[in-house]
Structure formats: structure tokens, C-alpha cells
Design a protein around this ligand. Structure first.
Ligand SMILES: *[C@@H]1O[C@H](CO)[C@@H](O)[C@H](O)[C@H]1NC(C)=O
Length: 454
């Protein structure tokens, strides 16, 4: 087997500029995060929400992977995603130095375990494990050293019905260990899976003879175990295999999703939520996007009756929203279906808010149900200088105006004040809500922490 180095240099050859695109996507919901570049989705269903752990490409242009931390988002409707900040970064692992790459989180015994590949300065990778008492973190290094030293990348974790946990990983090999009940140690040797044509298809490349490349994602549905993976580098597509146990033997299933050509890699994460299977992946579809500025996207799908996968396409629309958003409870401003211009910010006190707001920037919140109608809007805002106003529109960013709230200077970027204004929304209105930010200054106008209608 070749080392992962040869694949890495192949990835380096992919020029970012080659794939640069900058279409206007004001109506789309994919990619699902627009405030930063996200990669390597690892969704986990917990407490009636989908938590989405991701990698993070620093804002570009980048001519290689530039990844310092991981990020967390969650949703209860698969359309509006709340940002939870960065619960884990390279700083947590003093024994590693660069490359915060693709990981996965799982819960056991009321603790959350996050398996991640990280490297030293020479790009020699190991797998670390971080732990937290709360799914939103903070996560700390669980053992103070690598869990699997000198490994390849891309850990996926799975707990079988009998309680045995498995950690798989690898590029271009596929390996696993059996984790102990404590989830931070393992028993037995590292097992290398034999990559056969029957198990993983074949491609015309003596160095990587099967379709398998990297990014395994292991789970069980009914009696069938699924090993989904990024295939056929590069650009990669998503393919899969199935088997009768968590250790195979594996039978090759074919291609699930083709590459769009906007990113050299892809990486899959799959969950079932409210009886619907969801398929997370990444591409380079955001403006400025490419192989090193990727973005996580989402599709819903149905399995074929025999358990095989349908062919999936990357879409701009993503899945249908589940239910609607309730405007009468306090909603975090960083709950977003689509935004343009602004950023999400983690403040000094750990408060997460929307900032870097300039004139004309906007946030779309999808499917808001104004059951009894609304007469008043309130928001928590802060501004050291400038201020401005929040225009509330329904249906489109330039749709019907239902109210305008003035935001005055509060004396600090995190000196919060609640402002209110009258609005007019008829009963039984369910529509997309747009916050359009207006101000005279060319600089940052104000920050928004939360909002609520009455
Ligand atoms: C987890 O943290 C969040 C804040 O990020 C908090 O709202 C929630 O109550 C915490 N959950 C538990 C079980 O402590």
C-alpha cells in the first residue's frame, strides 16, 4: 500500500482557481452555512435536534488545507441552522500542530466523544479523542496523547447493538479497532481491511486498485451495515458497500453521488431524523469556494425497498423544511437558512451573535409561522458606533415590509440592549422572514444576539 502522501500531493495539484465559481444563490438553502467555509460533515441526532459537526476551511484564497478548528451547528427543521461556535480546536491537542481534519462525534454514558485526525508539522497523522459532558462542548483532549498514533485519517465511530464500539479510518487503506466501553482506549490490534474488488469495486490505478479512497462512514439500518466512502480520487464521488456485520464481509454497492467538480474531495455523513434519512456532503459551491474552501450541503432521500441507495444529486434547494419556525419564542440571530455579507461571531463572554453587519447584508429565516399574527418585534442589539436599522421583509429580501426597527449606538459591540418596534403581520401567515440591515456607514453597523415577535 502506498502512503497517504501520494494522495495528498495529488490533491495539491488540484488548483483552487480551476474551480472558482461565483454564482448568486440568494434563494438557495445549499450550502447550509454561508458565514464560513465548512467541510467533512458529521451529523448526530440528539435530544430531538440534528447536531452537525464540521471541519472549517479558513477564508481563502488557500492553496492547501488551512484548518485550525472544528465547528458546530444544529437544527430542528433541517432548513434553519443555529451556529454553536467552535467547540474544539487544535489548541486542545498539544501533541499535534496542524490539520484539524475530518472527525465524528458519538454519545455514550452521557458523554460525547469526538474522534479527529490531526498531524504534526510533517503531516504525519494520528487520531485523537476529545470528550465533553454537553454536546455543545467545551471538548477537551480525553487522554493527553494520540488514541491511534501514526494512523491514516478520517475516523468514523459506530456502536453496534451488542454494545461493541468500532473506530474505522483510513486513506488510502481502511482500518479499524474495537473500542473499549470507555471509548478512549481499544483492545486488540489495528485490523487492516482487505480491499477487494468484490467489496469495494475497482478502478484503473495500481496504487489504489479499488474505488475506496477515504472518509468512511459506518452505520447500521435494519440488519444491514453500511460503509459509505469517498471514492476514486480526484475529484472524488461518494460510493458505498454493505455487509452483514460491522466488520463485513463487504459487498460493493456502487456510486451514490457524483462530483460536481467544484471540490477535489467529498465526505459523507448520514443520519435518520423524524423518519427521514438525510445525506450530508460537501462541495465548493459558495462564492470563493473550491477544494480548500468547501461548504457542507444536505439532501434528503429514500432507500430503495431492498436497502440499496438511490442515486443522489447535489441540489441548491436541499430538503423540505420539517414544520415551521416559532417566532414567539426567543430565537438566536445566528439561526439562519441563508445569509449574505455578515458573519457569526463568538464574543468575549462566549455569547454567539451575528456581527460584521454592513449596509444591505441580510439573513433569511425559512418558514416562520405567525399563527396569531404579530404586532411587536424585539431584538437584542449592540453597537459601539454607527447603528442603523433592521428592515423586516416577508417572502423575499425585497418582499413586503412588515416593520422597521431602529438600532442606536449602545456604547459597545457587546453592550446589549433590547430594542422594539411595531410590526404588522396577519394571522395564519407562514412565510420566509428576511432581516435586511440598513445603515449610513460603510463600516460595521451593529450586532444582533436574538429576536422575538409578540
Ligand atoms: C448544554 O449547553 C447549552 C449551552 O450551550 C445549555 O443551554 C444546555 O442547558 C446544556 N445542557 C446540559 C444538559 O447541561
Amino acid at each position: 500500500m502506498s502512503s497517504s502522501k501520494s494522495w495528498l500531493s495529488a490533491a495539491w495539484l488540484l488548483s483552487v482557481g480551476q474551480f472558482l465559481t461565483s454564482p448568486h444563490f440568494a434563494k438557495a438553502d445549499n450550502p447550509i452555512v454561508q458565514t464560513l467555509y465548512t467541510s467533512d460533515p458529521a451529523p448526530f441526532v440528539y435530544d430531538d435536534r440534528v447536531y452537525l459537526f464540521t471541519g472549517h476551511d479558513e477564508d481563502g484564497p488557500n492553496d492547501n488545507y488551512n484548518m485550525l478548528d472544528w465547528q458546530l451547528f444544529s437544527s430542528a427543521d433541517m432548513a434553519n441552522w443555529q451556529y454553536h461556535g467552535s467547540p474544539l480546536s487544535l489548541d486542545a491537542f498539544p501533541w499535534a500542530s496542524i490539520n484539524a481534519w475530518a472527525g465524528q462525534v458519538i454519545e455514550r454514558n452521557d458523554k460525547f466523544y469526538w474522534y479527529v485526525p490531526v498531524s504534526n508539522d510533517d503531516w504525519a497523522f494520528s487520531i485523537g479523542v476529545a470528550v465533553a459532558d454537553n454536546i455543545t462542548g467545551p471538548y477537551v483532549d480525553a487522554i493527553g496523547e494520540a488514541l491511534v498514533a501514526g494512523s491514516e485519517i478520517d475516523p468514523t465511530v459506530f456502536i453496534d447493538d451488542d454494545g461493541q464500539a468500532y473506530l474505522y479510518w483510513g486513506n488510502p487503506g481502511l482500518f479499524y479497532v474495537k473500542l473499549n466501553e470507555d471509548m478512549i482506549s481499544y483492545s486488540g490490534e489495528v485490523v487492516e481491511v482487505e480491499l477487494t474488488e468484490e467489496g469495494f469495486g475497482s478502478r484503473d490505478d495500481p496504487e489504489t486498485p479499488t474505488m475506496y479512497q477515504e472518509g468512511p462512514w459506518l452505520y447500521k439500518r435494519g440488519d444491514l451495515y453500511y460503509m459509505i466512502f469517498a471514492a476514486k480520487c480526484c475529484p472524488e464521488n461518494i460510493q458505498y458497500s454493505t455487509g452483514p456485520s460491522a466488520t463485513g464481509p463487504w459487498t460493493y454497492g456502487g456510486v451514490i453521488m457524483d462530483s460536481a467538480g467544484t471540490s477535489g474531495t467529498n465526505h459523507v455523513g448520514i443520519v435518520e431524523y423524524k423518519d427521514t434519512p438525510y445525506f450530508f456532503y460537501h462541495n465548493g459551491a459558495l462564492p470563493g469556494g473550491g477544494s480548500y474552501t468547501r461548504s457542507v450541503c444536505l439532501e434528503s432521500f429514500e432507500y430503495n425497498p431492498d436497502g440499496t441507495f438511490p442515486t443522489l444529486k447535489m441540489t441548491e434547494e436541499g430538503p423540505a423544511q420539517i414544520g415551521a419556525l416559532d417566532p414567539y419564542v426567543r430565537q438566536e440571530a445566528e439561526t439562519i437558512a441563508w445569509s449574505e455579507g455578515l458573519k457569526t461571531v463568538t464574543g468575549e463572554a462566549g455569547v454567539i451573535f451575528v456581527g460584521k453587519i454592513n449596509d444591505g447584508d441580510f439573513i433569511k429565516v425559512k418558514g416562520v409561522a405567525f399563527k396569531e399574527g404579530a404586532t411587536k418585534f424585539s431584538a437584542s442589539v449592540a453597537s459601539e458606533v454607527n447603528g442603523g436599522s433592521i428592515e423586516l421583509h416577508l417572502g423575499a429580501v425585497d418582499g413586503k415590509v412588515i416593520g422597521t426597527c431602529a438600532v442606536e449606538v449602545t456604547g459597545g459591540w457587546e453592550k446589549w440592549k433590547t430594542v422594539s418596534c411595531p410590526v404588522e403581520v396577519a394571522a395564519d401567515t407562514t412565510d420566509d422572514l428576511f432581516f435586511k440591515f440598513i445603515g449610513d456607514s460603510a463600516d460595521d453597523l451593529f450586532n444582533v444576539d436574538w429576536w422575538q415577535f409578540e
